[in-house]
Design a protein. Structure first.
Length: 226
């Protein structure tokens, strides 16, 4: 079976999952972040080397103040949770990509601690996209290029200024929740990614659902414009 090297996830449907069950939306968000661990462990077992999770977008700051505050509290728990400890023991390198400076200082400190603690791990790399936007990423890359003025500007140079510098582009982007768009996610990196959309809400996305997506990836022929 042909296996991707890098799989990226758009984690959608947490609020709708809660709404269908007449539960507070924060329960859906909490159950959603707990889905990360089994997906990471399954990917590691299959030999997938990179995962990226779209956890919080630049646009998510525009949600109601109470929901944003609740999400911040979930992130406080996430980056200091036993789940992170277990992933570290499994050899996971954890990176946070996006505008970290947008977050409260205590969350930034927790994120940086995790990044530092896991920087030498090699079993699997997990990117958590926080206050991330594909256009914002490209804009910051352009600003850095203009500032540093490299002699040549080509695609390889631009890649070095992206949050994912040094990593392969995602072979596959999986979006849960039924919507069929990429929503400003990995705009540069996903130009040749295989897109997979599932109606399953993220809190219900199981390893079996992951296997279904991987089976679909195996069936597709990737030509890269050739």
């Amino acid at each position: 079976m042909k296996m991707p090297t890098h799989v990226a996830f758009i984690l959608d449907g947490n609020r709708r999952w809660s709404r269908e069950r007449k539960l507070p939306y924060v329960i859906g968000h909490t159950k959603g972040y707990r889905r990360i661990e089994p997906v990471v462990l399954h990917a590691k077992k299959l030999g997938i080397k990179y995962l990226t999770f779209y956890a919080f977008s630049t646009e998510n700051w525009n949600r109601e103040k109470k929901e944003v505050e609740d999400l911040m509290n979930i992130f406080r728990k996430l980056f200091k949770s036993s789940m992170i400890d277990r992933l570290i023991k499994e050899g996971t390198r954890i990176r946070v990509i996006g505008r970290l400076e947008d977050f409260p200082s205590d969350i930034v400190e927790k994120m940086k601690d995790v990044i530092k603690e896991t920087k030498d791990n090699t079993a699997i790399t997990v990117n958590i996209a926080m206050s991330y936007g594909g256009r914002a990423e490209i804009l910051q890359a352009i600003k850095q290029i203009l500032k540093e003025k490299p002699k040549v500007i080509d695609e390889e140079v631009v890649r070095k200024y992206l949050y994912t510098a040094g990593q392969p582009d995602p072979d596959m982007v999986i979006r849960t929740g039924g919507d069929m768009r990429t929503s400003n996610f990995l705009t540069w990196q996903s130009v040749y990614s295989e897109l997979y959309f599932t109606p399953k809400f993220w809190p219900d996305f199981s390893t079996k659902e992951f296997d279904k997506a991987l089976a679909e990836f195996d069936r597709r022929e990737r030509r890269f414009g050739k």
